[in-house]
Write a protein that binds this ligand. Sequence first.
Ligand code: SAM
Ligand code: SF4
Length: 329
Amino acid sequence: MLIDTYGRVATDLRVSLTDRCNLRCTYCMPEEGLQWLAKPDLLSDDEIVRLIRIAVTELGVTEVRFTGGEPLLRPGLVGIVERCAELDPRPRMSLTTNGIGLERTARALRDAGLDRVNVSLDTLRPEVFQAITRRKRHGDVLRGLDAAHTAGLTPVKVNAVLMPGLNDDEAPELLAWALEKGYELRFIEQMPLDAQHGWKRDGMITAGDILASLRTCFTLTPEGEDERGSAPAERWLVDGGPATVGVIASVTRPFCRACDRTRLTADGQVRTCLFAREESDLRGALRSGAPDEEIARLWRLAMWGKKAGSGLDDPSFLQPDRPMSAIGG
Ligand code: SAM
Ligand code: SF4
């Protein structure tokens, strides 16, 4: 098991497949000038599958989430999913994506064994999409979402970040749209993980703001702690249910006590937390011929050192050196 000194057990593995992306969301990446990881530093498909196999068969991981950067940019994605679906025990597999290209690949991903997708979409307005992502790709995302739904990658979840002055008035509109489409909407508080280090606590839209805005149009009832488990999203029944809306309030209502995550970057580093400033190298061990048991031991050791919390509440909090796109969101 991947247990830490606070008794938490990590069963949910986030794997970043690339640090590259075809969007430039302002809360994540700068417009230009971000240094990509060098190709030889990236794990190969075989290395990724081997690490996932070790996590699933030796370390108790039951959920695997592929992310990035934009994971659909990884040429070997379908093959990686296919090979992971053959593992025993078979992990549940999902993908966090901006949806661009999903129109083409949703069916193949489903056939390969992917269970679900989370698609990031912050706005229903093409011009606001362009202001947030610095690209004109709104239509691609909507088509990607439709394709995922049709392919059965369900429940399709939609992640939205609200930015002051851009889309902070859009929460009720997004929820009405998600209800109509049958998508599960979750708002994510903006976190200090942008490459430009431009995040400001005073400027961010909080869970409280989001809920107040939604309550102008909907009745929200808390779903309760039992249903939440270790999920980061607090969920509310919308107008009595069964539909729900979630809020991931990493900044104002952190959920570190129940965290069950372990993370692997595209260059083979284990991270215990999005906000960790330390990483543990597995790529070096892989490439020096270490057997599975040694890799499992290094992974356990890394997780044993997981801190109690993200440190966001601490005045001495320092943003990690790597941005969200390189850590894997
Ligand atoms: N490119 C894919 C996507 O956008 O879904 C996967 C990677 S992205 C880093 C994963 C999620 O992190 C997205 O839902 C994105 O909106 C979110 N995200 C990125 N930067 C963030 C930040 N600074 N604060 C909160 N969420 C952020
Ligand atoms: Fe790309 Fe996702 Fe970051 Fe947007 S949030 S720039 S889509 S990695």
